[in-house]
Design a protein around this ligand. Sequence first.
Ligand code: TRP
Length: 457
Amino acid sequence: MAKHSDDVRDGFTSKFGIICAAAGSAIGLGNIWRFPYVVGDSGGGAFLLIYLGFIVLLGIPVMLSEFIIGRRGQRNAFGSFKRLAPGKPWYLVGVMGIVAAFMILAFYSTIAGWTLHYVIQSFANTFAGKTSTEITRIFEDFHTQAFLPLLWQIIFLAMTAWIIFSGVKKGIEKYTKVLMPFLVLLLIIMAIRSVTLEGSYEGVLFLFKPDFSAVDSGVLLAALGQAFFSLSIGMGALITYGSYIGKQNNLGNIAVEVSLADTLIAILAGVAIFPAVFAFGLDPAEGPGLIFTVLPNIFHQMPGGYFFSIIFFVLLAIAALTSSISILEVVVAYLTEELNLTRHKATFMAVIAAAFVGIFCTLSFGTLKNITISELGIFGLLDFTASNLLLPLGGLLIVVFVGWYMKKKDVKEEVSNRGTLKVRFFDVLRFILKFIAPVAIAIVLFDSLGIIDRLTG
Ligand code: TRP
């Protein structure tokens, strides 16, 4: 059993700190690297609309549910379920989350490593005067080799571990408070540059003009996975953070504000990327390398682009860090609270294990490129399994837990802070948690796995 009791829990110190930490978790490579590349792979506008629908109808309710479970359980993802449902197998949702955390940390650190490399390349002005073909070739050469990508990945993981070492208040809150507004500002400037490039209009259409003829169950699943990944939900990261949120904070407001900020940043990234993709004649379905081949072209065409490029990649790396610490924290909170390891030992073990899996992800773009399962390499396989399968499944179980297992009175108590807040939409929320969210997630998940097709013959 865990030795901590609720009285001495480490926690966030202010409402602003909580929002920053949760937004810091949500806003990261998911918005700026993953969102554009998945939109590009999934055909554009229609995906965006479906994505927005999923955020509102499924994302916000799941996020709120995680906060409810965490703040009521006062433990890590695993321990909160154990406490709220003693003797029941619900803690397995927490176990699943811990597995997902390792997988995500592994491939996340690959991309974060690329980002760090691009910080240095921006300093070195590597892309100056290069054509877009040359920029693409430089990226190809870099990410398919072994040494540099691995080095940067390890450096990124070490930075993540270092922040986690120093504890919740001093660590997470401090690093997330000030920097995100700068990132937003920069993205706005880049978006303006992008839409004013010659030939960019096609990219605007690509992003905003829905073409539903291309939508199939795979696109729905991609939108669901991206929504969950971007909001950091479905694996207990926000259960863990929820357990650090004070009793006086309004969970519903936090969920809405964080989701809104996250979504706006993703759309901004889309507006920065796609017009430029078309203006430079690049391929929107380029895959995980998309931003690394597009962005240097944009900076080229900007007054002060040299500095913008440096600042942008630095901020992106920091955004990635505030996200990766929330993933590592899931594992560390579990190890310290359930297995009584010290914070140092827990962090060390977790990060070594993540690095071990992560190495294979990084190498899967080059050395291990030939290891594939149904056309996905190791990187793609881990990303797909964690983001598109484990997160939605976790989210499904989380809403079912709050909608069906927890007592209505207890849920209401958490959402209303023991009746001190007016919650006008409680019945709507409850209806969504009980029926709409579980059914919708289940349909997308099982449809894409071909189960429904098979059942209906
Ligand atoms: N949401 C983060 C991003 O957009 C990544 C992330 C952090 C995450 N914590 C998570 C994804 C928990 C899923 C689950 O970059």
